[in-house]
Write a protein that binds this ligand. Sequence first.
Ligand code: G1P
Length: 296
Amino acid sequence: MVEKIRKVVFPVAGLGSRFLPATKSVPKEMLPVVDRPLIDYAVEEARKAGVEHFVFVTGRGKGAIEDYFDHAFELETTLSERNKEAALKALSTTQLSHGSASFVRQQKPLGLGHAIWCARDIIGDEPFAVILPDELVLHEQGCLAQMVDAWHSHGGNVVAVAEVPDDQVGQYGIVAPGKDDGRIVEVKGLVEKPAVKDAPSRLALTGRYILSPSVFDELKKGAIGAGGEIQLTDAMASTIGSVPFHAVRFDGARFDCGDKAGYLAANIAYALQRDDIGPKLVDLIPQLKDFVLKEC
Ligand code: G1P
């Protein structure tokens, strides 16, 4: 019996079409929030939750992610020779210990469920986490660590949720809630990207999952769901009743960086938190009002 969540899967094969042309030659997971790429925050959050092995499900054109977490011999040697200590220190989060990262390719964009299924042999028969790097949660402990706490109490599947407004319901997996103590919600059902009128609640899946390996039995069936894709939401829904299933209303500020406004808001929020940039930004923000488009 595994008492720990040791492994995390990062699905990073997506095309990033919402951020073209920037993502034509740069993976969307490498877009920076202040001065660190999105994927770096995801790895940090997993580390804070005690995860030891990082599985990246990549695709064509995603080599920069692999390079980012590799030893950069020339860069590090040059910085070291020039006594650039601060710059060297900035690289410290990019070091994954030997053998603790695996990269597997999703050859075709068949959906999030399919991406997770591509990691099945690396995960094996143990519970694991999934983090979607374009969802950022600003919180000291991290969102996944809060979910691990819930998993220790309830076991089974645990997902992160947040309330979304009606006009966003169709962008998310939505939970049909059962017993709800205000923080932990029993999951009775799940629907991927429903129309508002069909949505069982406004509680949306926000890109963090702890999953029993039984989800792979469902994913291997390859059932096609919303958008013609193999959906993780559908596979999880099929396990309801056979494993405990709970959602966590987590603490922390959430930013959907798959959306341009959300991404820009994340940049501002993360910068404001930093001693080295925050005060300068506070001074600059009032000037930005001059750029607000005026009605003609
Ligand atoms: C995916 C999931 C969806 C979830 C969302 C969170 O959708 O399929 O259930 O709510 O991530 O960001 P995507 O944004 O990849 O369309």
